[in-house]
Each structure stands twice: as structure tokens, then as C-alpha cells.
Design a protein around this ligand. Sequence first.
Ligand SMILES: *Cc1c(COP(=O)(O)O)cnc(C)c1O
Length: 232
Amino acid sequence: MAIAKNLDNINESVHTALTRRHKDVIGTGCAVKLVAVTKNQDAALVREAIDAGAWSIGENRVQEALIKAKILERKPEWHLIGHLQTNKVQQAVPQFDLIHSVDSERLVLEIDRVAGKIGKRQDVLIQVNAAGEDTKFGVAPGDLKELVRITSVLENVRLCGLMTIAPYYDDAEAARPVFKEMYQLFMELKAVSLPNTSIEWLSMGMTNDFIVAVEEGSNLIRVGTGIFGSRD
Ligand SMILES: *Cc1c(COP(=O)(O)O)cnc(C)c1O
């Protein structure tokens, strides 16, 4: 019950945020996909969310997703939102529909290799550490072009956009410049014509800041506590 209600509230907030978008922020379309972040939540709650209409499920650990996928009867769209180690790629590629956290050449080469072996085209986003925080993964904005170039020559990987985790602020307004910068990077990426790419997703915004993120052009938000309550 609570989960369905929370999903309704989030969808309503997204709708309102879309109406407040500046008219220049049109490059990401007018629909927003919600990824329900289920890390540390057990499979019964994931099932409840799926039954309530949360069709995209986000996990930040490969192993946790594999365990839950085995238990669930229905197959949602699986999103890997956490850091991916090269030695986990073998397990991650068959499981995830979209990997949000590509942040190095070494990692994306391994994804390409594994995807090729199983005949999959793996959709990925490049994670950008837009605010340059030491504690966060992701490429620096200045290194993005090079990783895009490397990724776009790989035939078993399809680059679909960018992801960022904004710094946490009590007042989400403070994150607005980060989201604005990401939107610019996204639009620049969309403007260049590259092979093996389909630039459509700008993944940004979490429970605390998704409204501001959507106002600034996010079309893929990742919400955990806003749906499930706090994680133990
Ligand atoms: C945990 C997590 C989220 C969701 O965070 P909430 O604050 O619970 O909404 C989103 N993105 C990433 C990468 C996460 O690790």
C-alpha cells in the first residue's frame, strides 16, 4: 500500500516538475522514466513495487540483483546503478538491461568483450563526476570526450547517455548547477554523430533532488527511500 502511494506521489511530483521546466530544456523529451532503487530491500518489497507498476528496478550490486531476479516471477527491466568492478562484468552483462556506471576504458572494454561472447548488445551510460568529489566514481567532465570516443568504436556496447550522482545537499536547490552542467554535456553528446550510440538517457536525480533534476532535463530518475522508506 505505502509503496503504491509513494509511487503515485513521485509520479505526480515529476509531472509538476515537467510543467516547470524551462522551455530551453527540451533535448531530453517530455517523459521521465523512474527507476525504483531496491538495494538493501528484500525481494518481497521488490515484487510489491513491480506489481504497483515500477517496471524498472535499480540495484547497485550485481550479486544482489542476481539473487532477487531468481526469486521474482516477473522480469522487470534491470538497471545497474552502482560502481562495476571489472571482475563482475561477466555476471553483470547477462543480467542488466542498462549499466549506468561506465567510468573507465578498462571497464567498457571488458563489457564489450563479455557482451560479444554472449551475442548481446549492452546498453550503457557513462557516469560523470560532475562536481569532482573525491568520494564519487565517474569520469571528470574534461575526460568525457575521450571515453565517449573509446566507447563508440565498440560494437557490442551501445552508449545511450550519461549518469551523475549530485553532491548531497539538505537544500536540493544547491545541486541545480550540477544538473545544468550535465544537461549541457548531454546535449553536446547528442549533437555529435557517432557510431554505436543512441543518446537518449540523462540519468540524474534521487529521492532528495529528483524534482530539481527533472526541471533541469533529467529523463531517468533513480529513487529508493522515496519509494521504500529508509534502508537498514
Ligand atoms: C542508492 C542510490 C540511489 C537512490 O537513493 P535514494 O536517496 O534512496 O533515493 C540512486 N542512485 C544511486 C547510484 C544509488 O546508489
